[in-house]
Structures are given as C-alpha cells and as structure tokens.
Design a protein around this ligand. Structure first.
Ligand SMILES: N[C@@H](CCC(=O)N[C@@H](CS)C(=O)NCC(=O)O)C(=O)O
Length: 206
C-alpha cells in the first residue's frame, strides 16, 4: 500500500488517522506503541529518529510531526478542498496549526494526564492549573468562531481538524468548555464528523 501510518490511535497518530479518513485514503496502519518501547526500536528510529509517533511513509517519502503530516496529506490529496488554494487562507491554516501546537497542546495534555492518566501519577493541582491555562487560548478560539462556523470560513478545513484533534484531549479530560460556547459547539461538530468518529473507534480498539 502506498501510504503507511505509524502509531497507535491513542497517540497523536489519532490526528493523522482522522485526516486519512477525511481524505478517504487507503493506508496500512502500523500500530506501533510507545508503551512497549516500539517507538524506540532501531527499525522505527530509522523512520523517525525522535522515536515519536505518528510518522508516515507515502510512496517511500518519510515524514514525522503530526501537524506537518496532516498539512502534507491535505495539500497532496485535497488542495482546493480541505486544504485551501488561496495564499492567505493557506497561511491561516499554518497559523492555526502552529498555534494549536504552541498554545493548546501542553495544557490540554497536562489536564488529560492528570485527570484520566494512570491514577498513581495524577496531580489534581497540575490539572487545575493547566485547565486555567487553557482559558486564554479558548477565548481566542471562541472569538475566531464568532463570525464564521469554521476557522477559515464556511467550510471545514485542515485548520479545524488540526486544532480540534489537539483539543480532543480536553474533551476526553472533561474540561468544562461552557464558558466558550462557540468553541464548544464547533469542537463537537468537528468531533462528530464520521472520520473523527472512525479514528475514535480505532482508539477504543487499541
Ligand atoms: N511533536 C510530535 C510529538 C510526538 C510524540 O511525542 N508522540 C508520542 C505519542 S503521543 C510518542 O511517540 N511518545 C513515545 C516516546 O517518546 O517514546 C508530534 O506532534 O508528532
């Protein structure tokens, strides 16, 4: 098969599996796990020297970093669809993707690990602090959704997918999003998409 996706669905590979589903791509899913040291084996380090998932091979082309992978796949397979052709819209896709990684990811992951991670490693105070840290970026997101239903306008795009896939952790950790009703409703709409549901199902299957 032309496309290989490395990484179990309960890792950040969720983002790539969701993207592949949106694009209707056929792929081989290599369920490499971080929990059993699979990401640190020499065979995988040859693909991603960081020892992190996700990574892909697309017709022999290797790529790692979840956001870069999603931007690449969307541009290759859905230019003019999920990936915008307009230069400014493309720049806004990058903006939201980098913003998600720099402003949302750490607090969302901290809440997740400390609320529903392994019980003996949970720190309620750290979870609460991270939840408070999410307030500022969530306000920005909520404001951005005041004028249009999606981040780039009227249509769902890779910008929505990338940000919503990061915020999946906040929903899983049952962060109360009611103070940002537009962001909350948008997130639910994104997560209700069939491709997101399929990726969630892969998470449940392990
Ligand atoms: N910035 C990277 C982070 C990837 C990452 O840290 N993935 C975790 C799983 S969610 C991982 O592979 N951990 C295994 C390890 O560090 O050995 C991305 O977004 O792809």
């Amino acid at each position: 098969m032309a496309l290989k996706i490395y990484g179990v669905a309960r890792s950040r590979a969720f983002r790539t599996l969701w993207m592949a589903g949106e694009l209707g791509l056929a792929y081989e899913h290599i369920k490499l796990d971080f929990a059993d040291g699979g990401t640190r084996r020499p065979e995988f380090l040859a693909i991603n020297p960081n020892g992190h998932i996700p990574a892909i091979e697309d017709d022999g082309f290797r790529l790692w970093e979840s956001m870069a992978i999603n931007l690449y796949l969307a541009k290759k397979y859905a230019a003019g669809g999920l990936y915008p052709l307009d230069l400014h819209d493309e720049a806004r896709v990058w903006q939201w993707s980098f913003w998600g990684m720099t402003e949302l990811e750490r607090p969302a992951l901290t809440v997740l690990l400390n609320r529903i991670g392994p019980e003996d490693r949970r720190d309620a105070a750290a979870a609460d602090a991270a939840e408070r840290a999410l307030a500022a970026p969530l306000k920005v997101l909520d404001g951005a959704l005041a004028a249009t239903p999606y981040l780039l306008g009227e249509r769902f795009s890779v910008a929505d997918l990338n940000v919503a896939s990061i915020l999946a952790w906040a929903r899983q950790a049952r962060v109360d999003l009611s103070a940002w009703p537009r962001a909350e409703a948008w997130l639910k709409t994104c997560h209700d998409r069939p491709a997101a549901q399929q990726a969630r199902q892969l998470q449940r299957e392990g």
